[in-house]
Write a protein that binds this ligand. Structure first.
Ligand code: MN
Length: 231
């Protein structure tokens, strides 16, 4: 069985459930751990949602809307990403996760989509009170990508799908070696991946919210399967 290290966040349960539903064993990692200790026995790394990466991490002054994540979280997650990539562990990064992945690998972020991207769609759609996770916008999926391969059956070869959206930042300059694997109609980057890695994928939406209905189950299945082969 693949042990999946999940970098902790305030809304952990759906991430845990998404891994459990595809037969993985979640293990929660937090910044009180030393990185080497945290990765011991881990077969795959999952990065989760949360507040913003400090813009100083990519050499920019902060936009007024930036809310930095919990103290220590940037440093811990960047070190986790570097160590996991050195070990060739599969990585699945979600929302803040794709942002910290891009920054850890040398990329930059759009600090505030509503004020910095004219004509942008609404990317901050609140969770409805009934927790029926509503879809916010569609994404176009790059055909020649891991994301497309994973979603092919579920999308029946379509190259778009509807996603939810709760972010005010997004990938700007892509980290070296990475490619864009999904884009919103307004040009916002919604998924990236490292084609040189066996499994290194980040998505800007929240696939974990759909664990009950399975719309994005193939992402978690593929991630846990890649992590199992590693073990
Ligand atoms: Mn979005």
């Amino acid at each position: 069985m693949a042990v999946i290290g999940i970098a902790t966040c305030r809304k952990l349960e759906d991430y845990r459930q998404s891994i459990l539903h595809v037969g993985g064993e979640p293990r929660i990692l937090d910044s009180s751990m030393a990185v080497e200790q945290a990765l011991t026995g881990i077969d795959g790394l999952m990065l989760t949602g949360g507040d913003d990466v400090a813009p100083s991490r990519y050499g920019e002054p902060p936009h007024p809307t930036v809310v930095e994540a919990e103290t220590g979280r940037d440093a811990f997650e960047i070190a986790l990403i570097e160590a996991a990539r050195a070990r060739q562990l599969p990585i699945l990064a979600i929302c803040r996760g794709v942002q910290v992945l891009n920054v850890a690998c040398g990329g930059t972020l759009v600090q505030d989509i509503p004020s910095q991207l004219a004509g942008a769609l609404t990317h901050s759609l609140p969770v409805p009170p009934n927790e029926a996770y509503s879809l916010a916008h569609e994404v176009w999926i790059e055909k020649d990508s891991l994301l497309s391969t994973l979603m092919r059956e579920r999308l029946a070869d379509a190259d778009t799908c509807e996603v939810n959206s709760r972010h005010h930042q997004s990938v700007k300059d892509l980290a070296r070696g990475f490619k864009v694997s999904a884009t919103a109609p307004d040009g916002v980057i919604e998924a990236i991946e490292d084609p040189a890695s066996r499994f290194c994928l980040g998505v800007q939406w929240h696939p974990e919210n759909f664990f009950r209905t399975g719309e994005f189950r193939p992402l978690f299945e593929g991630f846990v399967e890649a992590s199992t082969r590693q073990a």
